[in-house]
Design a protein around this ligand. Structure first.
Ligand code: PLP
Length: 390
């Protein structure tokens, strides 16, 4: 183990890349260039043929701003390799097209875009996909025995925060010679590191906690060098590369990731406890509450309980809409992980396109509001919820 991988997470977030520039900048600046010039054809061929590391062409990812970001990302998840992408969906698409062609099984709640890609679009290419609920996990062995080679899950899931036991799932998937990919967007590497728990891939919408300021769109896929090597050509030729400006902005954001997420964990815990005591709330879903069904599992596989929680408002869907519309600090917006607190009503946003029966089957009620806790003062956020509930 090299000295870099034994450093703490906050240190790795700041000193995770070896990139410095010739002028002594403490971090890699923006290399806002599409291509790089060589002194000779022999030098150019050395890079093209992979004999020497070097910068070549930005869409290939061979740009110092992008390489520096990828080194830091890999260090945070304990991955051998990270590839950066222009969005979380671009990272997922490259994963499915490279490693999911023999069939993909998605377990539990996943982001709506992921569900649409898997259920409506990949089948157009002849890729067999199966969407099963966490409660239907008994179907997994048969699907893997029938040939599916990639299992995908999101934990905590959206919007119920349902948790999946990553080590147990990884063992089951590996017994069939298949691979496990975990979308770690909700937890962030501060709270959960799936590769260390047995997963083969980690995917992130870096648009969320990694970016952390609601001002960039990006994604990343991480894993072993061997498994990520074939993804490189797909990213290159699908053209789903992150821009150098965005890569630099994301590296900037990562330097504060640990303090941001730990604060969001602490504030979310306070809000969850306040909402659990509130008469206008019938249920609070948050892994940090001792009576949450996944609490013991969260204690085992997570280092923090996260900045997302879901509350169920008494009075049903209409009452929940009224509360969402009356919140002042929580902005009504479909994203998460930023410095600003956000609220969504899943039945009108992420899960709007599912039929009411399918929402019910997935345990998603109209009365649910999902809160993404930002970096405001906890007392102000609780006061905002209390005035809206009144
Ligand atoms: N995964 C999760 C858990 C998400 O919430 C999202 C977006 O909301 C995505 C993936 C897709 O990410 P992006 O919007 O960066 O493409």
């Amino acid at each position: 183990m090299d000295s870099k991988s034994t450093r703490g997470l906050a240190t790795r977030a700041i000193h995770g890349s070896s990139g410095r520039d010739a002028f002594g900048s403490p971090h890699t600046p923006i290399y806002n260039t599409t291509t790089f010039a060589f002194r000779s054809t022999a030098d150019l061929l050395d890079v093209v043929e992979g004999n020497k590391p070097g910068s070549l062409y930005t869409r290939y990812g061979l740009n110092p701003s992008i390489v520096a970001l990828e080194e830091t990302l890999a260090g945070l998840e304990g991955a051998q390799q990270a590839w950066a992408f222009c969005s979380g969906m671009a990272a997922e698409s490259a994963l499915f097209l490279t490693h999911g062609r023999e069939g993909v099984v998605c377990i539990g709640d996943a982001y709506g875009g992921t569900l649409e890609l898997l259920s409506s679009q990949l089948p157009l290419l002849g890729i067999r996909t199966h969407l099963i609920l966490g409660s239907e996990i008994d179907r997994l062995d048969a699907l893997l025995a029938a040939g599916a080679k990639l299992v995908f899950c999101e934990t905590p899931g959206n919007p119920t925060l349902e948790l999946i036991d990553i080590p147990a799932l990884a063992a089951r998937v590996h017994a069939h010679g298949a691979r496990l990919a975990v979308d770690n967007t909700f937890a962030s590497p501060v709270n959960q590191r799936p590769l260390a728990l047995g997963a083969d891939f980690v995917v992130h919408s870096a648009t969320k906690y990694l970016g952390g300021h609601s001002d960039l769109t990006a994604g990343t896929l991480m894993g072993s060098k061997e498994l990520l090597a074939p993804v490189w050509n797909w990213r290159k030729n699908l053209g789903s590369m992150i821009a150098p400006e965005t890569a630099s902005l994301l590296s900037r954001s990562l330097r504060s990731l640990v303090v941001r997420v730990r604060q969001q964990n602490a504030t979310a815990q306070l809000i969850a406890e306040a909402m659990a005591r509130h008469r206008g709330i019938t249920r609070v879903m948050y892994p940090g509450l001792p009576d949450f069904p996944g609490h013991d599992l969260a204690r085992r596989q997570m280092d923090g309980y996260g900045g997302l929680l879901t509350i169920e408002v008494s009075g049903g869907g209409i009452a929940a809409t009224r509360v969402a519309d009356r919140l002042r600090l929580f902005a009504l917006a479909p994203s998460l992980g930023g410095a600003e607190s956000l609220v969504t009503q899943p039945c009108t946003t992420s899960h709007h396109d599912l039929s009411p029966e399918e929402r019910r089957r997935r345990g998603i009620s109209d009365a649910m509001l999902r809160l993404s806790v930002g970096l405001e003062d906890p007392a102000d956020l609780i006061a905002d919820l209390e005035q809206a509930l009144r």
